[in-house]
Design a protein around this ligand. Structure first.
Ligand code: UDX
Ligand code: ADP
Length: 487
């Protein structure tokens, strides 16, 4: 029994106390939702970053996610706790989520491809050290297939010297998308739980199923073996990323022929076998998951000597990088082949709307390319802070020459004033509401608008006076071009 009388439990009992290690984009929102939907469960989120925990306990949460603040404020201090006392929280839990980051490894074997599992391993070691009794350990972090086995080896080693310990490791990948995390968690397409095919494994799976059953219909909770669950997460992200690379590859054909990528996506997506979601052509996908998970899948295939399969999935990443570069090159070409010394307004730096997250944002790549050409870039984003932008662009010293090429604005009209072009890199809804006649008048003419997110209608922008360049839409003169033999 713990100090407040709640049971420490075993694999067969009802889960009463959950600890989540990792208070990031996955751990924070997931645990807030569990606390909200399961008032009978005490949920504690811990992190080695004490400043982050202080923020979770303050009025300004460390991450922005629509609907999150309301739930945290409602549950915090009742059955939702944020703590830096990792050993105590591990000891008192019946079930422990591992929700730490698994970034792409930047050193040694698998550099630039494999996920770095050092954080997952360190949590496994902390659990082995502080558990003090039976625990269900749940991988939430996206991990390579068979990672559960490594976690289990560490935990079972501790069991050898302490027979009061007993562990089950489950895989329960998170499918939430940033910006819609709370909606995704409240009403998930599915919850996936993978576990060991043994009596104890089934009991552990049943215990976690029971937690989710508080609000998720039972038929949407899928249970599989551990490896299927781990692989499904990688494959789901790879399929989603592949769709974007597919439509982005088509956007290039559209620009060269006069077809319109939105019309093509609409027509193709009408086929119910294909479906109409995730077919928005763009300057390329960003975010912490897609690139990392596709690379992880590629690395897995290479490790299994499935080189053709690895090559196939690597194409998804290649098209994404090509699309970013293609867009940046087009900006330079259309601004008369030189952007040096020209002010270019960048609208949007986050990797997508409704988030302040900039990880792997295509904006970083496009801005870096423009900076290499010595453009003066003036960035406006409604949520991303200046220091975050500078960090992502690798600008650390204030007297650095490149540093001076970047200015950050809190008003989009000021960002666009005296600019030669506006470059739209994030699909924030507010970008559609501005007075573009006023913006156009304040710019250097001819003024260009590069729409990397298909927010605007060519005709409307051209009637204001803009030279308009949209991903997957051809300038009018191109629609008159006939067939040409491949060169
Ligand atoms: C993704 C998955 O959707 C989620 O299930 C998984 O758990 C984590 O990874 P997330 O990265 O938060 O979620 O965002 P998502 O909405 O998938 O967008 C990823 C990137 O693709 C963004 O840069 C977005 O702008 C881009 N995108 C998305 C497109 O370019 N076109 C589209 O049609 C959809
Ligand atoms: P994700 O998007 O996967 O949630 P984040 O980077 O937002 O990733 O969050 C992961 C969190 O995990 C970070 O706040 C980090 O400090 C925390 N973390 C990493 N390793 C450990 C560890 N060994 N113990 C506790 N917290 C950890």
């Amino acid at each position: 029994m713990s100090s407040d009388g709640l049971s420490n439990g075993d694999h067969t009992g009802v889960v009463r106390r959950i600890t989540c290690v990792g208070a990031g984009y996955v751990g924070g929102p997931t645990c807030a939702m569990i606390a909200n939907k399961c008032p009978h469960i005490a949920v504690t989120v811990v992190d080695m970053n004490t400043a982050k925990i202080e923020e979770w306990n303050s009025d300004k949460l460390p991450i922005f996610e629509p609907g999150l603040e309301e739930i945290v404020k409602k549950c915090r201090g009742t059955n939702l706790f944020f703590s830096s006392d990792i050993p105590k929280s591990i000891r008192e839990a019946d079930l422990i989520f591992i929700s730490v980051n698994t970034p792409t490894k930047m050193y040694g074997k698998g550099k630039g491809m494999a996920p770095d599992l050092k954080y997952v391993e360190s949590v496994a070691r902390s659990i082995a050290e502080h558990a003090g009794g039976p625990k269900i350990v749940v991988e939430k972090s996206t991990v390579p297939v068979k990672a559960a086995e490594s976690i289990l080896s560490i935990l079972r080693d501790a069991q050898r010297t302490n027979n009061t310990l007993a562990f089950q490791v489950l895989s329960n990948p998170e499918f939430l998308a940033e910006g819609t995390a709370m909606k995704d968690l409240a009403n998930p397409d599915r919850v996936l739980i993978g576990g060991e095919d043994s009596e104890e494994g089934k009991k552990a799976v049943a215990a976690l199923v029971e937690v989710y059953s508080s609000w998720v219909p039972r038929e949407r909770i899928i249970t599989t073996n551990t490896w299927s669950s781990e692989l499904s997460k990688l494959v789901a992200n790879a399929f989603l990323a592949q769709r974007i690379s597919s439509i982005n590859s088509v956007s290039a054909i559209c620009e060269a022929t006069g077809a319109d990528v939105s019309e093509v996506a609409h027509a193709v997506g009408f086929d119910s076998r294909i479906g109409n979601k995730f077919l928005n052509a763009s300057v390329g996908f960003g975010g912490s998951c897609f690139q990392k998970d596709v690379l992880s899948l590629v690395y897995l295939c290479e490790s299994l000597h499935l080189n053709k399969v690895a090559e196939y999935w690597h194409g998804v990443i290649e098209i994404n990088n090509w699309q970013r570069r293609r867009f940046a090159d087009q900006i330079i070409a259309e601004l008369f082949n030189t952007v040096a010394g020209k002010k270019i307004a960048v609208f949007g730096f986050a990797f997508k709307k409704n988030t302040g997250d900039t990880r792997e944002s295509s904006a970083i790549h496009v801005c870096k390319h423009l900076l290499e050409e010595e453009a003066n870039i003036a960035i406006y984003d409604p949520k991303v802070e200046e220091k975050q932008m500078r960090m992502e662009l690798g600008l650390t010293t204030s007297d650095d020459k490149v540093d001076k090429l970047v200015s950050v604005f809190s008003d989009p009209y000021e960002a666009a004033k005296d600019a030669h072009a506006i470059v739209v890199l994030t699909e924030w809804d507010e970008f559609k509401t501005y007075d573009y006649s006023r913006i156009y008048e304040s710019m250097v003419h001819p003024a260009a608008l590069f729409d990397g997110r298909l927010l605007f209608k060519r005709k409307e922008m051209e009637s204001i006076g803009f030279r308009f360049f949209g991903i997957g839409t051809a300038p009018n003169h191109l629609t008159k071009v006939g067939f040409a033999a491949p060169s």
